[in-house]
Design a protein around this ligand. Structure first.
Ligand code: T3D
Length: 264
């Protein structure tokens, strides 16, 4: 039986995926990619899952690419094929996270470096333990941010901060990351999973389809002008307006009862 490099647990409608290579700070091997992507896909395909939490085992969240993994970078003639690694592993991972039908929360329990930081920042909401940190480690080994980092960083914190973080590779403490607008919330270390699960449970009770559509609309609108964004809103709102969740939300409001959302 293969080693569980991603631990999977359910908390009601919340699916928790825990990266599980703690001795290597949960850095990515080809084998771990081979378990994480299917685990995300399974969560996407399971109608009972209404929110996903991604976290790490031990003291780290994820230290990015495992720089020792021989299965990752060997290209033709033994030369590193880093582009191939991105195509095979990090691009599908980033696209899968960003297109999940339910909200995805990163519960960052410790250091998130390189592609580990990109994985966290690509999630919808990032809740970090106060002792956690974020490092754009790429520049220190002669690479650029990947796993969506070049797209995410300037959108989250603007060009000046994005370049500052990416060029220096300096460690950013969780509180600094919050102050910069990089992440959503910082909590005491001991409260991290409770806080992440509470947030995920709240979101799980909300209209999943609208939440996923909100992510997509905000991402898409970044590339549009004002009129284009208004067109997009009309189109997407039109689709949601024909769904059962909108009818349920309005009916529940008018009846002064709690709504029960089912669309996904
Ligand atoms: O093919 C490709 O490369 C393409 C993909 C690129 C995407 C990327 O993610 S590039 C960026 C890769 N990541 C890094 O460069 C980060 C390297 N790690 C660090 O800089 C430090 O470990 C941290 C700042 C993250 C944490 O430092 P610290 O002092 O808290 O822990 P440590 O002692 O350095 O690490 C603990 C152990 O984890 C240690 O092993 P040991 O000595 O106890 O046996 C260390 O070697 C291991 N570890 C940490 N990060 C990695 C790693 N092993 C392999 N790969 C790692 N990335």
């Amino acid at each position: 039986m293969s080693e569980a490099l991603v631990l999977i647990a359910n908390h009601g409608p919340v699916r928790v995926l825990m990266l599980n290579r703690p001795a290597q700070l949960n850095s990515f091997t080809a084998a771990m990619h081979g378990q994480l992507l299917p685990a995300l896909q399974a969560a996407a395909d399971d109608a009972g899952v209404r929110a996903v939490v991604v976290t790490g085992a031990g003291r780290g969240f994820c230290a990015g690419q495992d720089l020792n993994d021989p299965g990752m970078a060997a290209g033709a003639g033994g030369a590193p094929d880093v582009g191939g690694v991105i195509e095979r592993h990090y691009k599908p991972l980033a696209l899968r996270v960003r297109s999940m039908p339910v909200p995805v929360i990163a519960a960052v329990n410790g250091v998130a470096a390189g592609a580990g930081a990109s994985l966290a920042l690509g999630c919808d909401l990032v809740v970090a333990a106060r002792g956690a940190s974020f490092i754009q480690a790429f520049s220190k080994i002669g690479l650029i941010p990947d796993c969506g980092g070049t797209w995410l960083l300037p959108r989250l914190v603007g060009r000046a901060n994005a370049l500052g973080l990416a060029m220096t590779g300096d460690k950013l403490a969780a509180d600094e990351a919050r102050a910069m607008g990089l992440i959503w919330q910082v909590v005491d270390d001991a409260l991290l999973m409770d806080a992440a699960l509470a947030l995920a449970s709240r979101l799980a009770a909300m209209p999943s389809r609208a939440l996923a559509a909100t992510r997509r609309a905000i991402d898409d609108a970044m590339a549009l002008d004002h009129a284009g964004a208004l067109d997009l809103e009309a189109q997407r709102q039109g689709e949601l307006g024909r769904g059962a969740d909108f009818a349920e939300g309005v009916a529940a409001f008018l009846a002064k009862r709690a709504p029960v959302f089912k669309d996904r």
